[in-house]
Design a protein around this ligand. Structure first.
Ligand code: MG
Length: 358
């Protein structure tokens, strides 16, 4: 698979930023994360597979196989090649596939998309009523953070979601105030406001790698992409080709945009004239190795002058220090203690990193 042409230095690029090989403490921490997540994965997989005896048997066998792999990794970091979080995610997907469990979070992703589609007209009307461009940008970015809380892959947010107390507006109101732990909003604002003074769009073409289904993509990322498109940027929204946790997939993204286009004229026009285009990233994990993307993503990325990486896996765990040839925005909420530690941050801190292209 091709390398994303926007990487500034493909030869030194390393998506395995957390060293689990020489740091046994980190290794055990992350193996525990995967072990502790397994009961919830099993629960969702059984529902998605139709809650039959056969489904239960397959899910149990999948979980047993994955547990054995995690035990082997505890004993020997090299048990399955070079160890990384991404590698463990791949092993989990491999176990799911071997037991014919196609998409364990399918039911919950559809349910969340439906619920958020009902909230979207209100969110868009609220954004469209904001006249101050600074305020609009900050509201869009905070909206992305609030959406990113819908994450069934991280312990902190999983418990919150399963308690039934997750409300988008409530979550958005409680996003930590600025300055955020990584806060380049001022820099981003400079570019954003410059764009308003120029005759054309400040960015001609954006590649946006999105994270989760539900509130994340519907209420957070699509409104941001819609605003970029409104200002004349051609936006390619890249979603996972294959399912992984509750990440939105390419197959679900197209129909979702069509549903939105049915009630929102701005999205309808943008999808109609190619200012918003969904594409498949080639990815099958919650993190992304940008040396292995789809032909489609690699070709769309040629000539892009803005890259947006969203979510803890894509923006922090695999690409926080990666440099790109174009302007890059990394947006995420921190939902794992180890990730928080590495950034000298606290749980639920938010990251808005903006770097100019090199
Ligand atoms: Mg995700």
């Amino acid at each position: 698979m091709p390398t994303l042409p926007l990487l500034a230095s493909p030869a030194t690029y390393n998506p395995h930023t957390i060293d689990m090989v020489t740091d046994p403490q980190a290794r055990h921490y992350w193996i525990d994360v995967f072990v502790n997540h397994l009961p919830s994965l099993k629960r969702h997989a059984i529902i998605s597979e139709g809650d039959t005896d056969d489904a239960r048997r397959r899910v149990d066998a999948m979980a047993a196989q994955f547990s054995r792999m995690l035990d082997a990794l505890r004993a020997n970091a090299d048990a399955f090649g070079h160890l990384s979080i991404l590698r463990i995610c791949e092993l989990r997907e491999q176990c799911l596939r071997e037991h014919h469990i196609a998409d364990p979070y399918h039911h919950i992703k559809s349910m969340e998309n439906e619920a958020c589609l009902k909230l979207l007209p209100g969110v868009l009307a609220e954004l469209d009523a904001i006249r101050n461009p600074r305020k609009l940008l900050e509201t869009l970015i905070v909206g992305v953070f609030a959406g990113n809380v819908f994450d069934l892959g991280a312990a902190g947010t999983l418990a919150l979601y399963e308690s039934g107390k997750m409300d988008y507006h409530d979550v958005r109101a409680k996003i930590k105030p600025r300055p955020w732990v990584v806060d380049d909003l001022g820099l981003l604002e400079g570019r954003w406001l410059d764009g308003l003074k120029l005759p054309g769009a400040v960015w001609k073409k954006a590649i946006v790698l999105v994270d989760n289904a539900g509130a994340d993509v519907v209420l957070g990322m699509i409104p941001l992409c819609r605003e970029l498109a409104k200002r004349g940027t051609r936006v390619f929204i890249a979603a996972n080709t294959h399912p992984s946790l509750n990440d939105i997939t390419f197959d679900a993204l197209g129909p979702l945009l069509e549903r939105i286009a049915a009630f929102d004229e701005t999205v309808r026009d943008a999808v109609g004239d190619g200012r918003i285009t969904p594409i498949a990233s080639g990815n099958d994990a919650p993190l992304i190795d940008l040396r292995n993307v789809s032909e489609e993503l690699a070709s769309a990325a040629r000539g892009a002058d803005l890259l947006i990486l969203e979510g803890m896996g894509r923006a922090i765990e695999s690409n926080f220090d990666a440099c790109f040839t174009c302007d890059t925005l990394k947006l995420a909420m921190i939902k794992e203690k180890h990730v928080a530690q590495t950034l000298h941050a606290e749980m639920y801190d938010v990251v808005c990193r903006f770097e100019m292209g090199r």
